[in-house]
Design a protein around this ligand. Structure first.
Ligand code: F6P
Length: 368
């Protein structure tokens, strides 16, 4: 046992994903069983450096009791945020203009003040890049890969993805009946940022006719041809799945807004695609944006299990003296990869992936 660790903190950052609470439970129990004290940092890192009104402080004691009965719950009991990145905290100058300030040293001082020996950072590329800075500054850190987008390198899968894809597939199943009944084109926009994993996997599983993903820029005429061909062959409805980050050939990602201290917000492409399909095919087209519904609900069995495995593995890593690493799924096992490698670049859908080839073999159009 690593005798130097007495107190650890857990932080959940970025967009919530089903499985966060399962990670918290597993890490907490595994740590308590080693005699460590465990605290949850409220709302990403906010609990350590921003004013708050939590009566017991910005660090929530994670006791055995506190983590009872949470494995199946969506969200995170310690809160999260994707605003106010502490490395780029939106700050006002005297003249009223804003700039992004690095407040990481304040957090390092807070770790010291609260005698936190190690941090388990649960997050996507943004939160894990922040955690890497703390690791570089001397904090003992182990990361856990979370995101419904599944866009983190060096792990076969992130937790939250399976739940999001399963839910989206169920929605596509439901949309089939109304599409068929009304002879419409139903366009389903799903999250995923700059990666098409969710759209691809729910699109293939839900037998969509067209799947548009950021990795394969589309030509709207090709999309319209696929729909017209279906109409001619007697299939009077179509299902089109669009990743929020999809873009036309020569075009760019549809961005809703950009604020200081947070990633740009993506969306709106589904509505645009539906309008263009209606114009080009004459068929009534409707858009459904699944949005944040994909992040809610109870984690699937798969997500629960990898979340519990990741949480326990993060504690084992700390106990073995590891730091600056992320736990990663490398079936059949969980291994540790340097945080630096995991956050260097996003994991996109490979164009020759078996799932892409499967879709093409089944006649699904990517609009290319
Ligand atoms: O990264 C998870 C995610 O849900 C993305 O798929 C999406 O683009 C983004 O977060 C939305 O963030 P917000 O909750 O700020 O709208």
């Amino acid at each position: 046992m690593n005798t130097k660790i007495k107190r650890i903190a857990i932080s959940t950052g970025g967009g919530d994903a089903p499985g966060l609470n399962a990670v918290i439970r597993a890490a907490t129990i595994a740590a308590i069983n080693r005699g460590w004290e465990v605290f949850g940092i409220r709302d990403g890192y906010n609990g350590l450096f921003l004013p708050h009104d939590y009566p017991e402080g910005g660090l929530m004691p994670l006791t055995r009791h506190a983590v009872r009965g949470i494995t199946h719950l969506g969200g995170t009991i310690i809160g999260t945020t994707n605003k106010g990145n502490p490395l780029k905290y939106p700050t006002k100058r005297k003249d009223g203009t804003m700039y992004e300030k690095d407040r990481s040293d304040e957090i390092m001082r807070a770790f010291k003040k609260h005698k936190i020996d190690a941090l388990i950072a649960v997050g996507g590329d943004g939160s894990l890049s922040i955690a890497k800075v703390f690791s570089d500054k001397g904090m003992r850190v182990v990361g856990v890969p979370k995101t419904i987008d599944n866009d983190l390198s060096k792990t076969v899968i992130t937790f939250g993805f399976d739940t999001a894809v399963s839910f989206a597939t169920g929605c596509i199943d439901r949309l089939h009946s109304t599409a068929e009944a009304h002879q419409r084109v139903m366009v389903v926009e799903v999250m995923g940022r700059y990666a098409g994993w969710i759209a691809l996997e729910c699109g293939v599983s839900g037998t969509a006719d067209v799947i548009l993903i950021p990795e394969i820029p589309y030509d709207m005429n090709k999309v319209a041809k696929k729909i017209n061909d279906r109409t001619k062959s007697g299939a009077k409805f179509s299902i089109v799945v669009v990743a929020e980050g999809a873009k036309p050939i020569g075009g760019s990602t549809s961005v809703i807004g950009k604020e200081l201290g947070r990633a740009e917000r993506i969306g709106g492409i589904g509505e645009r695609v539906a309008k263009e399909i209606q114009k080009l095919t004459g068929k009534e087209s409707r858009c459904v944006v699944l949005g944040h519904l994909l992040r809610g609900g109870s984690p699937t069995t798969f997500d629960r299990l990898i979340s519990l495995r990741f949480g326990a593995a993060a504690v084992r890593a700390l106990d073995e003296g590891k730091s600056g690493v992320m736990v990663a799924l490398d079936p059949p096992t969980v291994r540790y990869v340097p945080l630096e490698e995991a956050t260097k670049r996003l994991k996109n859908v490979p164009l020759n992936s078996d799932v892409v080839l499967t879709a093409r073999d089944l006649g699904t159009s990517f609009g290319d």
